[in-house]
Each structure stands twice: as structure tokens, then as C-alpha cells.
Design a protein around this ligand. Structure first.
Ligand code: GDP
Ligand code: MG
Length: 360
């Protein structure tokens, strides 16, 4: 297997020849006719750029596809208890158990069940993070937990969260929180949600509703069970081996270590020492740490990790792809930077042109 033509690659990735030619130009490759042969690493690079797992370029033999844990985001109206719920869930997490407390901040954590199943929670409540990720087309979240305070009911940001989840085609599990309060009225919340078009399970739909109290730590088991059931229905799977496809959950600059990125692997395995392109940044993974802060050589699907070694700061939702060499990493990063700059200028120009349809 030495390579393939652009034409062949277009067929295997389901992309048009001109799309592939644009990508080739962006990464600094000379582009000839669609019948020119590409080397295999270039073919893989282009495939990764269009979001096709390189394995699909090769044969499908020997690819082990296994169930993977769901990745969950908590959303809801301000003060309805998102942070409290995450804190309560985090206390039941693997990191909390292993490290005897929360030793460091990684923007996600894993809750393990006695059954051996686990759930990954993104520790970034709020619509901003979700929107930022969605804006980059990142399918990081599998399920949204919609938190609604039982004493306050459906509020504007509850509806916003519902709209976000719907637009992203991410299923919702409702957590009616603050059920410990005397003024709690879970039934009223159910009716409100139903009247907003949410098809609740107890009304014949498939949206599960769980009553919890983040403060009293009640109902958390039920919530976790509901999430696992939802995940089961979605039949979430990923291949474990092969190059990683991962996403940035959050990124920050550490004075000593440089850019630090919380990442979630969606497929394949992320391995220390590899060259990566992250959004339009690049680097070589110098260290991978699990959420307890322990160094590890590799990260598998749904495992939140912190990675060190990037040259610049990426953004939430950026994709992480593994490339063969420093040269490729630099090339792809430069190509993406050029493309981002072009898109940015296009947007500015579009902004100046008034649309007669919308501007009376
Ligand atoms: P967020 O804005 O959605 O992150 O909400 P917070 O987690 O910050 O909670 C807002 C307020 O509600 C805080 O004062 C919490 O102590 C309180 N709160 C959160 N969960 C519960 C709960 O289950 N029961 C009661 N009584 N209060 C809660
Ligand atoms: Mg909060």
C-alpha cells in the first residue's frame, strides 16, 4: 500500500476533489490532477482534515470497536445548581477516590460505577463552553444534563439550553434539582418542560427525568443510572487502537509548563511523544496527565487528560490530530492559520455588506 490518487481518496472520504485539492494546497502540497498519486501519509493527513478516520482508508480488518463511556455536559439556568451538582458528582469520582480529594483542576472528571461502567463529566457548566465547542463542530458531548431547580421551574436559560441541545442533536436527561426545598414542585417542572416540547419519559416520550438534591446529595445514583441507560440506547462505540481523534475541552497558559490543554479522546489512543496539530496550533506531546494529575503514556476514548507540549494556546472545541512528523505538524498548522485568517477577513467583509433582506 504505497499511496492513492486524489480521485480514489475523494471516493473513500466522500469529499469532492476540489475540497481535497484545497486542503492539499493549505498544507503546502503541490496539487496536480486528480489522478496524481499521493503518498500515504499525505492521504492520511487529508483524510484527518475532513474528519475521516484513517482506518477507513485501509481495510476494516482487525479494528476493535468497543463501547465507550458517555461524555456529559451540565446545563441550565443560573443558580439552579449546576456547579453544586458537578461538585457532588465529582466527590463520587475516581479522582476524588484515588487522590483522596481534588488535587488539581482538570476540566473534566470520570465517575466509575460498581458495574465497571463509567461516565465522563465535562466540568465546564454553562452554555459558553458548549457553544464554543459546537461552533467548531466539535461533537464532544454525548448527553446534556438539564438542571432545573424544583422551586424555580423553567427559566430563560433553561429554554436556551434546550435549544442548544436540540440544535446539536444531543439528547437531554433532566435533573430536577433542589428537591430538598419545601417549595419544591417537581410535578410543575415536568409540566412546564412538557409544554415546552420536551417529550418526557413518564408522558410517553424518551427523555428521562430524575429528581435530585445536589445539596443533600440525593438522587445522584439515579442520575448516573439514567445517564448510563441513555448511553446504552445511543450505543456509543469507538475504536481503541489507531491514531487518536480528540477535542480540546479547555486550554490555559501555565507560566512554567506553557499551554496546558484538557482534552477528551473520542476515538483511538493518544500517545505521549507524538506530534499533534490542535486547531491551528501544533506541538509534540511532552506529557499526558490523568485527572488525578498522574503521568500516563496514553489516553483512550472518553478519558479526560491534560496534555503539555503545544507551542500555542488552542481554543475549546478545537480538534487534536496526530501527525507523522514535526514538518507535517508545522505545515498543517500554518495551513490552518492561513485558512482561519482568510475566513476572519471574509467575515469582516461580510459584516460591512448590508443584507437588504434583513435590514429594512
Ligand atoms: P449554578 O449557577 O447553576 O452553578 O448554581 P450553584 O451550584 O452555584 O447553586 C446556586 C445556589 O443554589 C447555591 O446557593 C447553592 O448552595 C444552592 N443549591 C444548589 N443545589 C441545591 C440543592 O440541591 N438544594 C438546595 N436547597 N440548594 C441548592
Ligand atoms: Mg455555577
Amino acid at each position: 500500500f504505497e499511496g492513492m490518487t486524489i480521485d480514489e481518496l475523494a471516493k473513500r472520504t466522500g469529499q469532492s476533489i476540489s475540497t481535497l485539492q484545497t486542503i492539499l494546497t493549505n498544507v503546502g502540497e503541490k496539487v496536480g490532477s486528480e489522478f496524481d498519486t499521493l503518498s500515504i501519509d499525505i492521504a492520511e493527513l487529508v483524510a484527518m482534515e475532513v474528519g475521516v478516520n484513517v482506518r477507513r482508508l485501509h481495510s476494516n480488518e482487525g479494528t476493535e470497536i468497543l463501547p465507550r463511556p458517555p461524555v456529559v455536559t451540565v446545563m441550565g439556568h443560573v443558580d439552579h445548581g449546576k456547579t453544586s451538582l458537578l461538585d457532588a458528582l465529582r466527590q463520587t469520582s475516581v479522582a476524588a477516590k484515588e487522590a483522596g480529594g481534588i488535587t488539581q483542576h482538570v476540566g473534566a472528571f470520570v465517575v466509575g460505577m460498581t458495574s465497571g461502567a463509567s461516565i465522563t463529566f465535562l466540568d465546564t457548566p454553562g452554555h459558553a463552553a458548549f457553544s464554543a465547542m459546537r461552533a467548531r463542530g466539535a461533537a464532544v458531548t454525548d448527553i446534556v444534563v438539564l438542571v432545573v431547580a424544583a422551586d424555580d421551574g423553567v427559566m430563560p436559560q433553561t429554554l436556551e439550553a434546550m435549544a442548544h441541545a436540540k440544535a446539536a442533536k444531543v439528547p437531554i436527561v433532566v435533573a430536577i434539582n433542589k428537591c430538598d426545598k419545601p417549595a419544591a414542585n417537581a410535578e410543575k417542572v415536568r409540566l412546564q418542560l412538557a409544554s415546552e416540547g420536551l417529550l418526557l419519559e413518564d408522558m410517553g416520550g424518551d427523555v428521562q427525568v430524575v429528581e435530585v438534591s445536589a445539596m443533600k446529595k440525593t438522587g445522584l445514583d439515579n442520575l448516573e443510572e439514567a445517564l448510563l441507560l441513555q448511553a446504552e440506547m445511543m450505543d456509543l462505540k469507538a475504536c481503541i487502537d489507531g491514531p487518536a481523534q480528540a477535542y480540546v475541552v479547555e486550554a490555559r497558559l501555565d507560566r512554567g509548563k506553557g499551554p496546558l490543554v484538557t482534552a477528551i479522546v473520542k476515538a483511538g489512543t493518544l500517545i505521549c511523544g507524538k506530534y499533534v496539530v490542535v486547531g491551528s496550533e501544533w506541538g509534540r506531546i511532552r506529557a499526558i496527565r490523568d485527572m488525578a494529575g498522574k503521568s500516563t503514556e496514553r489516553a483512550t476514548p472518553a478519558m479526560p487528560v491534560e496534555i503539555e507540549g503545544l507551542k500555542g494556546l488552542p481554543r475549546a472545541g478545537d480538534d487534536i490530530i496526530v501527525v507523522e512528523s514535526e514538518e507535517r505538524a508545522r505545515m498543517l498548522s500554518a495551513g490552518r492559520k492561513r485558512k482561519f485568517e482568510k475566513d476572519r477577513l471574509m467575515k469582516i467583509m461580510d459584516g460591512r455588506v448590508e443584507d437588504p433582506e434583513t435590514e429594512p
